[in-house]
Design a protein around this ligand. Structure first.
Ligand SMILES: Nc1nc2c(c(=O)[nH]1)N[C@H]1C(S)=C(S)[C@@H](COP(=O)(O)OP(=O)(O)OC[C@H]3O[C@@H](n4cnc5c(N)ncnc54)[C@H](O)[C@@H]3O)O[C@H]1N2
Ligand code: MOO
Length: 408
């Protein structure tokens, strides 16, 4: 049996990014991973413009203005945002100007209309002189041409969408989405909505794995619910290997009499990279690869074990295939003792809260590997090395966010 750390190393050494990069339009970029860096094609602001609705002036012409001694200037032009041609400001005049409109040559200050007699008159009284240069947004003050907007490997969020749009970028190169088949196995399984016999159970792994894989930016190409049938399992695996980059299975990977997954994978020429990791839950997890580089994650059937192994091994692999860095882990302080396992690395779901700027976590009450209700209110997965004693409250532990915690 290998350690959790060795399992991670084997996956990292095996997985390569999907290629070649493909172009995707702006509206389809969210959740995809950039395969190119995006740089500003021009400086921002593009041109010097007004930050307030008011009047563009030469500061020295209104310098002494006050309520008691207003300065009056005639209006020589009107500039709205979208004005494409702008005349220089004639001396001893002002220009009506709206927020975002280009500042005419010669003007160096914008006076908000509230500090004047307003937009109605043809000659404007100025009651106050703001600082020279006030209310002007200068060309290039935010971003210089060529500045990095988003690095390759960035997973696109609404922030990148808006940045790209700001610079007129309508499409970008992204990594192709890994194509994933999901197979669940068990005579006892029924799909939600189907009638159910007293000794059967509903299939929770299929929708759980499918939604997690989709949320990780991959494309689920097929989902199967199979009986514990050698032939059916072998055929479904062969089809899945043919049509997808990654195969995720759940169930039938332990050593029970009807656990056919391992022999089917062997028979199809999938090379085992590991089987069984010293961890709880999820000990029987299997990882293998075909000669063509197709990856197989055969997860244990217990729902908590399946999810833990998906989060720990399959989702980081999907991130690497997309050219992204797997989600970083964080450290939290235990609110209560953590029941470490004597021999195996222990994973338990937990819930965090922030107290005095510190992340604290408590452990889900249901801790067995068939108890998916551990997910109620959980937002993280807590992990700890094997230890003969429980970790005392107040210890620091490593955690990872559940992918849907803090989700947009
Ligand atoms: N003698 C031993 N028995 C078991 C061992 C062992 O080392 N020696 N390992 C245990 C561990 S650890 C786990 S985890 C399970 C994993 O077994 P399998 O991967 O073969 O999974 P199954 O036997 O098919 O199912 C286990 C459990 O999960 C339920 N299940 C399966 N699929 C689903 C699904 N899609 N949705 C909901 N629930 C599902 C299934 O009904 C079983 O209760 O083996 C232990 N046994
Ligand atoms: O360690 Mo198993 O994965 O009991 O659920």
């Amino acid at each position: 049996m290998i350690t959790v750390h060795e399992a991670h190393e084997i996956i990292t050494a095996t997985v390569t990014p999907c290629g070649p990069a493909v172009a995707a339009p702006l509206r389809q970029l969210r959740g995809r991973v950039l395969a190119e860096e995006i740089r500003a094609g021009f400086a921002m602001p593009r041109f010097t413009n007004a930050a307030m609705d008011g009047f563009a002036v030469r500061h020295n012409e209104i310098a002494g203005a006050s309520e008691d001694a207003p300065v009056t200037l005639p209006v020589s032009q009107e500039l709205a945002a979208g004005a494409l041609r702008v005349a220089p400001l004639a001396p001893q005049t002002c220009a009506r100007i709206m927020t975002g409109a280009p500042v005419p040559e010669g003007a160096d200050t914008v006076v908000p209309f509230e500090q004047t007699s307003g937009f109605e008159s043809a000659a404007v009284e100025f009651y106050k002189a703001p600082k020279q240069g006030a209310n002007i947004r200068h060309a290039g003050e935010e971003v210089v041409a060529g500045a990095l907007l988003a690095a390759a490997g960035t997973r696109v969020t609404p922030a990148e969408i808006a940045l790209l749009a700001t610079f007129g970028v309508a499409s970008a190169l992204v990594r192709p989405q890994p194509r994933v088949s999901i197979i669940t196995v068990g005579d006892e399984l029924r799909l939600p909505g189907e009638p159910i016999e007293p000794l059967a159970i509903y299939n929770s792994n299929l929708p759980l794995l499918e939604t997690c894989v989709e949320a990780a930016g991959a494309e689920v190409t097929q989902t199967r619910q199979l009986r514990d049938d050698r032939q059916a399992i072998r055929e479904a695996l062969a089809a899945a290997i043919a049509e997808s980059d990654v195969i995720v299975t759940a169930g039938g990977i332990s050593t029970g009499e009807f656990d056919f997954m391992h022999e089917a994978l062997d028979a199809l020429g999938v090379e085992q990279r590991f089987w069984k990791v010293a961890q709880k839950p999820g000990k029987p997890v299997y990882f293998g690869a075909t000669a063509a580089g197709k990856l197989v994650f055969a997860l244990p059937g217990n729902p908590v074990s399946a999810l833990v192994c998906l989060l720990e091994y399959a989702l980081p692999a999907l991130a690497l295939m997309q050219g992204a860095t797997p989600a970083p882990k964080f450290t939290a302080t235990l609110d209560e003792p953590f029941p470490a396992d004597r021999k195996r690395y222990r994973f338990l779901f937990g819930a965090t809260q922030i107290e005095n700027g510190e992340i604290r976590c408590r452990i889900s009450q249901q801790t067995d590997s068939h108890m998916l209700t551990a997910l109620r209110e959980a937002d993280c997965l807590i992990e700890a090395e094997a230890s003969p004693e429980p970790l005392p409250a107040g210890s620091l532990v490593t955690c990872s966010w559940l992918p849907w915690a803090n989700a947009f």
